[in-house]
Design a protein around this ligand. Structure first.
Ligand code: IMP
Length: 179
C-alpha cells in the first residue's frame, strides 16, 4: 500500500535491492586489497547501508557520523557535526555511505574533515543523486539512482523525521509541505 502522503513511487524496494547488488559487487572489486571502513551518515543512510553491505564480500568495519544542515525541505547551508566516528580514521580507506547528494555541502564538509583527521582515501556511495541541485562540486563514486529535482522520502529519507521507514523512495505530495 502506498502511503497517502506519497504523490508517486519513484524507486521500488526491488529496484533498490537490485542496484545494491550491483554496487556491492563493484565495491568488492575496487577494495579487494584494502577493505574500507563504511562510515554511514545518520540517520537517512541506515536502510541503504543495511542493504548495500549485504553485497560487499569483504571484511569491512562500519562506523557512523551524524551531521545536520536541514530543516523541513531546505538546506540551511550550515553543516554541523553532531556525532563523530567512534574509531580513528587515521590511515584508513573510508567509504562514506549517504542517502542523497543534494547541494553537496554535507559531503564536502565531511570529506574534508575525514582527510584532516588522516584518512588515506575517502570515497562516496550514495543511494540517490540530485545533480541539478548541486551548489558545491562533489563526485560520488557509487550512485544508486540519479533523480530529478523533487523532494523525496522513504528508504531512510525523511520529511521532518517522518517516512524513513517506507520501503520505497517516493515523491512527497506538495500540499504536505507547502501552505
Ligand atoms: P546536501 O548537503 O544539500 O547535499 O544535503 C544532503 C542531505 O540533505 C541528505 O543527507 C538528506 O538528509 C537531505 N536531503 C536532501 N534532499 C532531500 C530530499 O529530497 N528528501 C529528504 N532529505 C533530503
Amino acid at each position: 500500500m502506498t502511503h497517502p502522503d506519497v504523490e508517486k513511487i519513484l524507486i521500488t524496494e526491488e529496484e533498490i535491492a537490485e542496484r545494491c547488488k550491483v554496487l556491492g559487487g563493484l565495491i568488492t572489486q575496487d577494495y579487494k586489497d584494502n577493505p574500507p571502513v563504511l562510515v554511514a551518515l545518520l540517520k537517512g543512510s541506515v536502510p541503504f547501508l543495511a542493504e548495500l553491505m549485504k553485497y560487499i564480500d569483504l571484511d569491512v568495519e562500519i562506523d557512523f557520523m551524524d551531521v545536520t544542515s536541514y530543516t523541513g525541505t531546505e538546506s540551511s547551508g550550515d553543516v554541523r557535526i553532531l556525532k563523530d566516528t567512534e574509531g580513528s580514521v587515521q590511515g584508513k580507506d573510508i567509504l562514506l555511505v549517504e542517502d542523497i547528494v543534494d547541494t553537496g555541502r554535507t559531503l564536502v564538509t565531511v570529506k574534508d574533515l575525514l582527510y584532516s583527521k588522516g584518512a588515506r582515501s575517502v570515497a562516496v556511495a550514495t543511494l540517490l543523486d540530485k545533480p541539478d541541485r548541486r551548489v558545491v562540486e562533489i563526485h560520488a563514486e557509487y550512485v544508486g539512482f540519479e533523480i530529478p529535482n523533487e523532494f523525496v522520502i522513504g528508504f531512510g529519507l525523511d520529511f521532518n523525521q517522518k517516512f524513513r521507514n517506507l520501503p520505497y523512495v517516493g515523491v512527497l505530495k506538495e500540499d504536505c509541505y507547502k501552505e
